[in-house]
Design a binder for this molecule. Structure first.
Ligand SMILES: Cc1cc2nc3c(=O)[nH]c(=O)nc-3n(C[C@H](O)[C@H](O)[C@H](O)COP(=O)(O)OP(=O)(O)OC[C@H]3O[C@@H](n4cnc5c(N)ncnc54)[C@H](O)[C@@H]3O)c2cc1C
Length: 425
């Protein structure tokens, strides 16, 4: 197997469930639906379509879960990045409320999919938002009030002392506990989705980069070794799709982001760092996020690279970020550090839509893809089956494009620098 087709070396790969190889596409074939990309979005769409009786073929450039899906923080979040009030200013309050209910359904769907298909991926409930300054606590109070108004009233505000009992860091002034958030092992979730797809009759071809996409009346995906002709397409290449489908790349920016797995801390020390088995993220725009593993390591996510390129001194930068939060870990080394491209939209809401008569896409989950990709795949399957109401609700969220051409990266870096400065104030 070529080097580029191996999964990134991560704690996830080292603790992955056994998985099989799918052969590359060879020759011409037909399907009801052809799917580009075997991340959470492509796989959940394929699974829901197959369960409805469609003949589905998935083409993946590298491996199942090779992209963001197999290397992310595994954190399950409630709602969307923008508040429901903000989404309401774009689509109206009624549609915003319906979108909230879809995001709640996303978490239930994730649990149902994992249990129905017996996916061993360490699904665990409990999420902690950490406030670093009074402004963050005001934002958390607003978020709690909005969620309560929408019927999610199980959250708990924590003061500085309560936060300190849970997280061994001197940095936080308080937090918000959300029992409905949580975490999972993302690579095992992706591998399990692929297994469920195969069991439902989906054909998956790995190492099959799509080089041409026909979104016209007779849709098809073409690779160097063959072509799939289909009645409908699902384009789920996300931040790795590049410029393959004209117009699609401009609504998302691929931003590099990174995770480090520490050596084993041992149970007692790990619990001094993080008392409970919950996922944590702080309230900065460029945020730190972390959780513990069953073998008592800290998985610590931090830093971004707006050029998408990995910083040469990444390990050092990650260490600095971790020690800022947990100075007591100065003697602890990292066993693995890895990164991936996260799919950011201008307004931080997911972007779903159609191209041509029968081609559907979903991308731009803006750091909330673990839960939201599943509902995206589900509503795409509904739309292809003829019930497009819920898909169209997502598709009504308006999206701006990032400036294209050579100015794309500098403009993004400038905008992000502003947010970074705001984090520091
Ligand atoms: C480091 C990191 C941490 C993150 N942490 C979190 C988190 O804690 N919680 C959260 O909710 N979200 C998080 N995210 C975001 C989340 O991982 C993504 O939103 C989600 O995985 C997107 O899934 P996807 O299937 O749309 O895309 P991907 O998983 O990127 O899958 C796209 C697939 O398409 C394939 N592909 C692309 N082009 C082609 C082509 N031409 N032909 C064939 N195949 C192609 C790729 O190889 C890839 O496998 C994180 C992302 C990163 C990178």
């Amino acid at each position: 197997m070529s080097e580029g087709a191996r999964h990134v070396d991560s704690w996830y790969l080292r603790t992955a469930n056994p998985f099989t190889d799918d052969p590359p596409l060879a020759g011409e074939t037909r399907a009801d639906v052809a799917v580009l990309g075997a991340g959470f979005t492509g796989l959940t769409a394929a699974l829901h379509l197959a369960l409805r009786g469609f003949k589905v073929t998935v083409l993946e450039a590298r491996r199942v879960g090779w992209g963001a899906s197999g290397r992310n923080g595994g954190q399950i979040l409630t709602g969307y990045n923008p508040s429901i009030a903000t989404i309401g200013t774009w689509v109206g309050p009624e549609d915003a409320r319906r979108l909230w209910h879809l995001s709640q359904e996303a978490k239930r769907l994730l649990t149902d999919t994992i249990s129905r298909h017996g996916i061993a991926c360490g699904l665990t409930r409990g999420y902690l938002f950490a406030g670093l300054k009074p402004r963050h606590m005001a934002a958390l109070r607003d978020m709690q009030a909005e969620w309560r108004g929408l019927g999610h009233d199980g959250t708990q505000l924590l003061d500085q002392a309560q936060m300190r009992e849970r997280v061994g860091s001197p940095r936080y002034v308080g937090g918000l506990y959300d029992p409905e958030g949580g975490h999972l092992h993302p690579l095992n979730y992706a591998l399990g989705l692929a297994e469920a797809c195969r069991a439902a009759g989906v054909t998956i071809h790995e190492q099959s980069p799509v080089v041409a996409v026909d979104t016209g009346a007779a849709p098809s995906l073409t690779t160097a070794g063959g072509r799939v002709r289909a009645k409908a397409l699902v384009i789920a290449g996300n931040a790795l799709l590049g410029k393959l489908v004209p117009g699609l790349g401009h609504t998302i920016a691929p931003v590099g982001t990174y995770i480090a797995a520490t050596e084993r801390l041992g149970r007692a020390r790990m619990r001094q760092v993080l008392r409970d088995d919950v996922a944590v993220c702080d309230m900065n725009f460029v945020l730190n996020y972390y959780r513990r593993t069953p073998d008592d390591r800290l998985l610590f996510g931090a830093r971004v690279s707006y050029s998408g390129r990995e910083p040469p001194n990444l390990k050092h930068l990650m260490r600095r970020s971790m020690l800022h939060v947990f100075p007591q870990l100065a003697d602890i080394r990292f066993d693995q550090v890895w990164g991936g491209l996260v799919d950011i939209t201008v307004n931080r809401a997911p972007h779903l839509g159609r191209i041509g008569p029968a081609s559907y896409f979903a991308h731009g989950f803006s750091g909330q893809g673990v839960a939201l990709t599943g509902i995206a795949g589900h509503v795409i399957a509904e739309a292809i089956a003829g019930q497009a109401e819920r898909f169209d609700l997502f598709a009504r969220i308006p999206h701006a494009t990032f400036p294209g051409g050579p100015l794309r990266t500098p403009a993004l870096m400038l905008a992000m620098l502003w947010y970074r400065l705001r984090d520091m104030i």
